[in-house]
Ligand binder design. Structure first.
Ligand code: FE2
Length: 428
């Protein structure tokens, strides 16, 4: 007898009527009408079973701190960084742990199965690092948490940032981070990329830099990141987060840059909600919206995962750990509206991001880890349209979150008793 069978599911690739059997935390079969009994059986009713959402860019040390010690009045990235600088010395390790674990509760309830979180290393006590290492251990049964050592105030600009970043890696942080556009000069930004990539190469680690998160068309750190990745043999292990300057760059230059990025196998991580909110703040009209060139990067073969970046922190007052909100915004701002493009946006918050994080056993297939979501939608496009209700969240073969399907009682003469937004399937 297996532990769990989900019956009559639709899969992201369009297969319908599929049963999924799980034993000891692993998917043992995915096929029509699996025989036998299970300890737990879930009727998917034809709805979509997808692998977990993956958030490849987040700040778990800042999340849920909204309003402390004050609000971000200008709404800019730079005021957010200043505000975070005020909050850092005020918060205790226990507070950061408490907020981090509470966010993970919300995240798993919304179907997130893996998060890559940056953790600020510009603090001589490394409170955030200590806290998030503890959170990583606390949530490991239901969320794969990957940590990036992130010198928020600049690896070179802050006098102890580089030492503290190395200390964080020694303590068990997984990935090397950085923020070249926040260094004092373009030259220092380039130097920080060299130092950080060399550190990663020496230790056999991945790299994920906040890169060119600016409206400046001359901010060109992604070119340097691609160069250093190539020089140090880090192909496929380096991500450029944000890349908003690419929105404003000269088209001729971009025609040279994108092939260099593809050659270095850079992963791109735009953060649509945050990019559209923070960028273009110095513009009048027309107002640039800052999302990087998603379609052009994708068409050049570059792997792209959409990140959420922030929820209720100094940079963003909203958010609810909903990667379908992220996909929805990316779809709109990137004008990715064909059926094929919309389906790709779902991949940008699932399998593409799993590839960025190097997750093993990811997917709804025999041999994969028994991690998946049952969504109240018939396919991935409908999931984005509805920001579909998470009916069940399964981790390691166990149900860890459950929701009643959404359906509203109508009191209108001559009309049906109930309305369910998932009933409105497109006509082909
Ligand atoms: Fe970020």
């Amino acid at each position: 007898m297996v532990d769990l069978i989900v019956r009559n599911a639709t899969l992201p690739d369009g297969r319908t009527g599929m049963d999924i059997a799980c034993k000891q935390g692993i998917i043992t079969a995915v096929e029509a009408e699996i025989g036998g009994e299970a300890e737990v059986t879930i009727d998917a009713g034809g709805w979509l079973v997808s692998p977990p959402f993956v958030d490849p860019h987040f700040h778990l040390d800042a999340t849920l701190s909204l309003g402390r010690p004050r609000m971000n009045v200008s709404g800019t990235l730079l005021e957010g960084i200043a505000l975070w600088g005020e909050l850092k010395p005020m918060q205790s390790i226990d507070e950061i742990i408490d907020r981090g674990v509470r966010y993970c509760d919300l995240a798993v309830s919304m179907g997130i199965g893996a998060i890559r979180s940056h953790v600020d290393t510009c603090d001589d006590e490394l409170k955030g690092v200590q806290a998030l290492l503890d959170v990583r251990a606390k949530v490991k049964e239901y969320i794969d948490l990957q940590l990036v050592a992130f010198p928020q105030d600049g690896a070179l600009r802050d006098p102890t940032a580089m030492t503290n970043t190395i200390r964080a890696l020694d303590m068990g942080v997984d990935i090397v981070g950085g923020i070249p556009h926040f260094e004092r000069t373009m030259a220092d930004g380039a130097e920080s990329i060299r130092l950080l990539c060399e550190t990663a190469a020496e230790r056999g680690l991945m790299v994920d830099l906040h890169c060119d998160e600016t409206d400046d068309p001359m901010s060109r750190h992604i070119e340097t990141l691609a160069f250093q990745s190539q020089r140090l043999g880090l192909q496929g292990r380096v991500a450029g987060s944000h890349l908003t300057s690419m929105h404003s760059m000269d088209n001729y230059y971009v025609s040279k840059l994108i092939p260099l990025m593809a050659e270095a196998e850079i992963h791109a991580i735009p953060n649509p909600l945050i990019n559209i909110l923070l960028q273009g703040r110095h513009d009048t009209y027309p107002k640039r919206r800052g999302l990087t060139r998603v379609r052009e990067l994708r068409d050049a073969g570059i792997n792209i995962g959409f990140g959420s970046d922030c929820v209720m922190d100094p940079w963003y007052s909203l958010g609810r750990a909903d990667m379908l909100d992220v996909a929805h915004m990316g779809l709109h701002v990137g004008q990715l509206s064909s059926r094929q493009d919309m389906a790709w946006c779902f991949e940008a918050v699932t399998s593409n991001s799993a590839q960025i994080m190097g997750l093993e056993g990811y997917g709804v297939a025999p041999g994969c880890q028994a991690n998946f979501n049952l969504l109240q939608a018939r396919d991935t496009i409908e999931a984005i349209r509805l920001r579909a209700h998470r009916v069940a969240v399964i981790r390691r073969g166990k149900v860890v979150a459950r929701n009643e399907p959404l359906s509203t009682r109508l009191y209108l003469d001559g009309r049906p008793e109930r309305v369910d937004p998932a009933e409105f399937a497109p006509r082909s």
